[in-house]
Design a protein around this ligand. Structure first.
Ligand code: 6GU
Length: 269
């Protein structure tokens, strides 16, 4: 069995400095990793224990180096449960990041807007999430070395980091929504009836990632900041079908804002 230590033993010798900030870059948002200076780039397939991402718009490599003067490790492309990986594989890189030295993790994704005040292209700070996958990566015997059996989730998305993000957004004149991310399994998008249900339940945005990673990050007591790019309105809000192409087009349009927001946040960490 491949252990986290096998991955660490492969990655660590390639690094000159321990990364303290982790970035998980969602669909269309991987460009941020291209700004990392003097990068050490490690394709996932080389790393013991990593699986390979299969989604269009996801590159599939770790990029480690300096961003805004801080040593960061970025996942350029993440794993989704709908790809057929087990949850263990989905969260493996998060645990590896922690073991490399990461204390603060910024998770990003493309999400559909449930809140009718949102518009495609908005950025949304994740205030909290609802786990509608009804699966949990911590099921199984608990490894006490990693964290507690029953981890607290009452502040999954750090209030202090959200405050910092709002400060940076205000400085830069970037409009920033704040809301609840609903995580589903996918890969089919939701029906209009499901979206009406999720709205009643308190959801503002919906996507197919992030929840398992954040559960595992909190298990290991990392500080988490979550940012969704509202790439499209969820089903039934506009009179048009949903497509991954639209998701990629919108993330392309807000790329500059997204980059400047996350760069600004990393600079102040
Ligand atoms: Cl509308 N739904 C889900 N589940 N994921 C998405 C999305 C919608 N838009 C982008 N990702």
């Amino acid at each position: 069995m491949t252990t986290y230590q096998d991955a660490i033993r492969y990655i660590e010798p390639k690094l000159s400095e321990k990364p303290t900030i982790g970035l998980v870059l969602g669909s269309g948002l991987g460009v941020l990793a291209d700004e990392i200076e003097n990068p050490v780039i490690i394709p996932y397939h080389e790393i013991p224990g990593f699986t390979v991402s299969t989604v269009v718009g996801h590159k599939g490599q770790l990029v480690i180096g300096k961003l805004q003067g801080k040593q960061v490790v970025a996942m350029q492309g993440r794993f989704h449960y709908y790809e057929g990986h087990g949850l263990d594989a989905v969260v493996f890189p998060i645990r590896v990041m922690k073991m490399l030295g990461v204390e603060t993790i910024i998770v990003t994704n493309a999400a559909g807007g449930i809140n009718e005040n949102y518009q495609p292209g908005n950025l949304m700070l994740i205030a909290d999430h609802i786990n509608m996958t009804f699966r949990n990566p911590l099921i199984g015997p608990n490894d006490e070395q990693l964290g507690a059996r029953f981890p607290d989730m009452s502040e999954a998305y750090s209030k202090a980091l959200r405050g910092l993000a709002k400060e940076v957004a205000a400085e830069q004149g970037i409009e920033l929504q704040e809301g609840v991310y609903v995580g589903l399994l996918g890969p089919s998008y939701e029906t209009p009836a499901e979206i009406r249900m999720l709205r009643i339940l308190g959801g503002d945005a919906v996507g197919m990632s992030t929840v398992p990673e954040v559960i595992v990050a909190k298990h290991m007591k990392m500080n988490v900041l979550g940012i969704s790019c509202i790439s499209n309105m969820a089903a039934g809000i506009l009179e048009q079908p949903l497509s991954h192409e639209e998701v990629m087009e919108t993330t392309e349009k807000v790329k500059a804002q997204f980059l400047s927001l996350v760069n600004g946040i990393v600079a102040k960490l």
